[in-house]
Design a protein around this ligand. Sequence first.
Ligand code: NI
Length: 256
Amino acid sequence: MYFDTHAHYDSSKFKDDRDEVLRAVYAAGVTLVVDPGDTVERSKNAVALAQNYDHVYAAVGVHPEEYETWTDAAIEELCDLAKAPKVVAIGEIGLDYYWDKEHVELQKSMLRAQLELALELDLPVIIHDREAHGDCLSIVSEYPDLRGVFHCFSGSAEMAKELIKRGWYLGFDGPITYKNAVKALEVIRICPHDRMLLETDSPYLSPVPNRGKRNDSRNLPYIAEIIARETGMTVEEVAALTMENGKRLFRIGVNT
Ligand code: NI
């Protein structure tokens, strides 16, 4: 059984067959999914999905690329949404200097505001860090009590060690199956087994051999295979371990 800790089933890319895909994903053995919102509106959709499907949990947040949707009311709206049942994290939040370098200060202030919300609500966070490794590391380090995952981790082994020391988890996605994945494989080899998470980032980032097609959680075994190969574990061990890690970080099934 698998836990996909990052999949955007609220995306319009699933508008025609969302129900069918979510049922098929469960039938294929993906028994837990976290769906992170990337705007306030899509966070509402993620919360609604979590209410409609037993195997889906939600995170709420505003993604750095969505800075245009950020308003003064955003934190209050996210705070209300975060109190709904089955909301397990604040995310997807972070910094993205690949898509946008003109709004760095706005991105940073959105990130800090949402990290503070997570602390206030005692929730973990889901961090998007694209070409912003130094700033992401230094900002999360301002909040030593905060925990979470660096989703689709793309930093160096050195940065991975820093995050692990501070109690963070690392998420591995389709790109680890690509031919040019060198740094990511090094990170997998040094990552403690209790800090790894499996993610798809569906509908994006399909792993080989489905690269280029719409992604869904049924592709998780391709990602698990690479982790198994690099760590000497079996695919079943990777699935079980990342299930346990995800439940621990997102506090699913703990004290219930
Ligand atoms: Ni994502």
